[in-house]
Design a protein around this ligand. Structure first.
Ligand SMILES: [Zn+2]
Length: 172
């Protein structure tokens, strides 16, 4: 899984470089805030999360549920999703403007690309009236962009366990 994390890092660095080049100044990985936002722009009361589509359970082609240890991943990533929502609500309630940049906005076949996404993120940062936006493979959208819960998309881990795994074996 280290390789997955490694791939996430490059687009984030490119996004940071572009924003810096446009004159934006930010603080990185602010632990004092819920969820440790990746980029924080205090003067603009804005922050940016860069989410890996696998770890945060995005509903996009970059998320593929592993066949092995299915219940483990459903549970782990399901928890990540719940945590994301909690952090988002806490930050939003405290008056922060929140931009969520999904990995698929910058990487993958359908991606708008780092340059286009960076430009859209810059627009969001400048527009102090914009409270929350998200950036993904299909472009930029208003709202929080929380993906549907994994349990709704793939069934809950406990239901799968009640089948004793026999279904999996027969399907092979
Ligand atoms: Zn995605």
């Amino acid at each position: 899984m280290a390789a997955v994390r490694g791939r996430d890092t490059k687009p984030e660095l490119a996004l940071r470089r572009t924003l810096h080049g446009l004159g934006f100044r930010y603080r990185l990985n602010v632990r004092a805030l819920p969820g440790t936002p990746d980029l924080v722009f205090p003067a603009r009361r804005a922050l940016i999360f860069v989410h890996g589509c696998f770890w945060h359970g995005h509903d996009c082609p970059l998320f593929v549920l592993p066949r092995a240890r299915r219940e483990f991943w459903l549970d782990k990533i399901g928890h990540n999703q719940l945590r994301d929502r909690r952090h988002h609500d806490a930050l939003s309630g405290a008056g922060w403007r929140i931009g969520t940049v999904w990995e698929c906005a910058m990487r993958g076949r359908a991606s708008p690309g780092v340059a286009a996404t960076s430009a859209q993120v810059a627009e969001f940062l400048r527009d102090l009236q914009s409270s929350e936006m998200y950036f993904r493979d299909t472009g930029v959208h208003r709202g929080s962009g929380h993906p549907p819960a994994l349990s709704d998309r793939f069934g809950s881990g406990s239901l799968a366990v009640s089948g004793e795994g026999s279904l999996d074996r027969h399907n092979d």
